[in-house]
Design a protein around this ligand. Structure first.
Ligand SMILES: Cc1cc2nc3c(=O)[nH]c(=O)nc-3n(C[C@H](O)[C@H](O)[C@H](O)COP(=O)(O)OP(=O)(O)OC[C@H]3O[C@@H](n4cnc5c(N)ncnc54)[C@H](O)[C@@H]3O)c2cc1C
Length: 500
């Protein structure tokens, strides 16, 4: 069945937002006999901060002991190492270094080391610059020491969010895309009764706010104005996979008041990447890159890796953090209206923390909202979910056997990332409705040509599989159509050609 086709009006829980926070909560709660609706205004997953970030599964040394972030980061890291197999996602256990260039920065490393130990971050240690260069010969000769965190890793964030939500769906949760939450419905006692959306009302005694950069506004619908979201943009360079050999571990600059600083990393798929900046802005939806931001990224990247090969850049992008004034996550149930739960202000290390936040929310529902909802274990819960076959990483024998079973796996659609028609069809079968959704689920269009070759082919396959005209296919929903009409009709309208 296709996503969101069957429209139930009554649920036990409505989750607003299907980023990594909402998706992880949905999966965790699908371990119980609950009817769960996840609604998201986007046309594909992931959409918000979960789409555009560094994708680091942090070791857990960066957050001040006693903060909510510190409470969830280390457990989140541990859970991702388990989820890696359960959900069949790509986690590169690469480890991370925080690099120090001066005595003052070494002092800072010592503080981070103590913090890491207090947070229970395993294996953290300070190593010399020379030891770092034995492993990473391309880093600056001026680095004098580094904090090594062996448990840190890099995840494929597109895959991880899709895997998490697919697993929740396999266990009964329903996902509704292009569904914009517009307000809350309260009962006559002033408690939560549901959510109003552009598609109608979703009734439920519990509503969870996982709206990312919009979570402050959503909390204010419940009268909670105790925190404010400060959208904070982070810009990046993404380089070709052939530049990925430059480094093997995640490299941090020494953090400052402005944030974790510019990093250089190799993505789970082997691309070299650098960023992010940290620029506060009014508009939560502004994901544009700027010459100033990118210049700052390049400067920071070259400080860590002097020969950072920016000439191999294939695209730039930006993500927006849901920063709060306190700098911490906002996770709690409101006393009034009863039934409203915030999983809000989830900035970094939110991707890392999400599975642990989800476990905490389940516990919170049991302890604080048992008058509204009962969590009975779902004995049919299946933890495993299998990915769409990754043709690129298969050996010839596996490729041959796949193609013999289904000839669509013998047709290459995306040449840069070696994505086959079989993978695109499978993504559509799993719910992809737009070109970007196919990109997020298969990586078609993420390579060197950025979709120049495969985009029309993906559109044709979407049109064929969904049985809708080609000119109805969109890049990312709404009005983002790929084709606007036939050239001849356009020229006829302009009077540039005649009917003969
Ligand atoms: C530049 C940058 C770098 C980062 N690096 C890291 C990192 O390396 N490691 C790490 O652990 N974390 C990192 N983070 C943080 C991490 O990305 C976030 O904490 C995490 O993705 C937040 O997930 P979320 O689900 O809370 O929010 P989002 O992913 O933003 O999801 C919120 C969802 O809510 C939906 N929504 C909002 N309003 C509505 C509405 N009214 N109706 C319906 N749907 C709605 C949106 O469409 C969106 O899909 C980084 C973040 C940024 C921006």
């Amino acid at each position: 069945m296709l996503r969101g086709e069957k429209f139930f009006m009554n649920y036990d829980i409505v989750i607003i937002g299907s980023g990594i926070t909402g998706a992880s909560i949905a999966r965790e709660l699908s371990k119980y006999k609950l009817s769960i609706a996840v609604i998201d205004k986007a046309s594909e997953l992931p959409a918000g901060a979960s789409r555009a970030n560094s994708s680091m599964i942090h070791g857990g040394f960066d957050d001040k002991p006693g903060t909510v972030k510190a409470k969830f980061c280390v457990p989140g890291n541990k859970l991702w190492h388990k989820l890696n197999d359960e959900l069949d996602v790509h986690l590169d256990e690469c480890g991370s270094y925080v690099c120090a260039f001066s005595g003052a920065e070494v002092k800072h490393l010592e503080e981070l080391l103590a913090q890491g130990k207090a947070n229970g971050c395993p294996g953290v240690e300070i190593v010399s610059g020379d030891k770092l260069r034995e492993k990473e010969p391309n880093v600056s000769p001026e680095i004098i020491a580094a904090l090594w965190s062996p448990e840190a890793g890099i995840i494929n964030n597109f895959e991880a969010v899709n895997a998490m939500i697919e697993s929740a769906e396999l266990n009964g949760a329903k996902l509704f895309l292009e569904t914009v939450a517009t307000g809350l419905i309260l009962d006559d006692k002033g408690n939560i009764k549901g959510v109003t959306t552009n598609k109608g009302e979703f009734l439920a005694p519990v509503v969870i706010n996982a709206g990312g950069v919009h979570s402050g506004e959503i909390a204010s619908w419940a009268g909670d104005k105790s925190f404010r979201i400060i959208p904070t943009k982070g810009e990046y360079y993404l380089l070709d996979r052939t530049a990925g050999e430059t480094i093997t571990s995640f490299l941090f600059s020494c953090p400052s008041k402005a944030g974790k600083g510019i990093t250089v990393l190799r993505t789970a798929e082997g691309n070299l990447m650098a960023g992010p900046t940290a620029t506060e802005q009014e508009d939560p939806e502004d994901r544009s890159t700027t010459p100033e931001g990118l210049a700052e990224v390049l400067k920071g990247a070259r400080r860590l890796v002097p020969k950072f090969p920016v000439n191999m850049n294939i695209t730039t992008f930006a993500g927006v953090r849901a920063n709060t004034e306190s700098g911490d996550f906002e996770i709690y149930a409101l006393k009034s209206p009863r039934g409203f739960v915030n999983a809000a202000g989830i900035k970094s290390p939110g991707f890392t923390s999400a599975p642990a936040i989800a476990q905490h929310i389940a516990q919170l529902l049991k302890e604080e909202l048992s008058d509204r909802i009962t969590l009975i274990p779902n004995e049919k819960f299946t933890p495993e979910r299998r990915n769409i076959p990754r043709f690129l990483y298969m050996d010839m024998a596996a490729r041959k056997s796949l193609a013999e079973n289904d000839p669509a796996y013998a047709q290459i659609v995306c040449r840069c990332e070696t994505v086959t028609e079989g993978q695109v069809v499978e993504a559509i079968r799993r719910g992809a409705r737009t070109i970007t959704a196919v990109k997020m689920m298969t990586r078609a269009g993420t390579g060197r040509c950025q979709g120049g070759f495969c985009c029309p082919r993906v559109a044709e396959i979407l049109s064929r599989e969904l049985g809708i005209p080609l000119d109805e296919i969109t890049r990312h929903g709404g009005e983002s159509k790929l084709l606007v009409g036939k050239t001849k009709e356009f020229l006829l309208k302009k009077g540039a050609v005649s009917h003969e």
